[in-house]
Design a protein around this ligand. Structure first.
Ligand code: SAM
Length: 271
């Protein structure tokens, strides 16, 4: 990186959730989980000061970086000025059409130490096109990581768990303490690995429909399904009976497949 072109590295910006990774051993564990081959395309979201970026570049064919911070994006442009395989997009990842940017690429590996305030909407977006991704290795707030992987029945299980588990296999790989970052966040973190299923069981329209029903039901997670389903459809009670689901159960006890079955039955009842 040329140090001359820019003023000294700015202080970490709170509004962009900047907590920079300062533990080389954790960088190496993340890279190992990404399991990169030299033919892969990698998308790094929020590369920041590049704790992961140089090592990622050495292990892939093409690297797409999306960074919102103007100064950090400029540093990255300097650093990779001579490398045609690295593309830097300066902007908000939630506003960028990632699918269009990745058009023509083979399934991409996503690696990110995410700003925690955008991790849930970003995950929802990435999961709208799971077929674009080979694997995602994401540093998340520990609670969010556990929610993704939660099984039915517990308090962690919710609409995000259902959306992830219908499209991918997800697991928490390891936890990361606040001391691994500068500045230290107030919360614990965890790295998750999300591997989209090779054969997606649902198409995009079905995923969207399931998400709508899942959210509607989880908005009232303590209520009984019988009442909730009758609010969604005049045939709500019958649908539960046909599917053999006890109307006294609560939404958080349903499996991801149950949500799909309910969505399909609701669509058939009111096309
Ligand atoms: N990857 C670096 C590391 O591990 O040290 C930085 C991680 S820091 C937690 C999050 C990074 O995401 C910062 O560089 C921040 O500027 C960037 N960022 C925050 N919000 C963003 C957004 N909406 N779109 C793109 N990048 C964003």
């Amino acid at each position: 990186m040329s140090e001359s072109a820019h003023s000294p590295t700015p202080r970490p910006r709170k509004r962009f959730g900047q907590h920079f990774l300062v533990r080389p051993d954790i960088v190496q564990r993340i890279l190992a989980l990404a399991d990169l081959r030299e033919v892969n395309t990698v998308l790094e979201i929020g590369p920041g000061r590049g704790a992961l970026t140089r090592d990622l570049r050495q292990r892939c064919a093409r690297l797409l970086l999306i960074e919102i911070d103007r100064d950090l994006a400029a540093e990255l442009r300097d650093r990779f000025a001579d490398d045609a395989a690295v593309r830097i997009i300066e902007g908000d990842v939630l506003k960028i059409d990632i699918a269009a940017e990745l058009a023509g690429e083979s399934p991409t590996t996503v690696v990110a130490n995410l700003p925690y305030n955008i991790s849930t909407p970003l995950l929802a977006r990435l999961l709208r096109t799971p077929e674009l991704y080979r694997r995602m290795v994401l540093m998340l707030q520990r609670e969010v990581a556990e929610r993704l992987c939660a099984a039915p029945g517990g308090k962690d299980y919710g609409a995000l768990s259902v959306a992830v588990q219908l499209a991918a296999r997800a697991r928490v790989a390891f936890r990361v303490p606040p001391t691994a970052f500068h500045p230290q966040p107030k919360v614990e973190s965890a790295v998750v690995v999300i591997e989209p299923l090779e054969h997606q069981p649902l198409d995009r329209a079905e995923r969207d429909a399931v998400r709508g029903v899942t959210r509607a039901l989880f908005n009232h997670r303590r209520k009984q399904l019988g009442n909730l389903m009758r609010q969604l459809s005049g045939r709500g009670g019958e649908i539960l009976a046909e599917l053999g689901i006890d109307p006294r159960r609560r939404p958080e006890t349903l499996t991801p497949d149950d949500f799909v079955a309910l969505t399909r039955a609701l669509q058939e009842a009111e096309p």
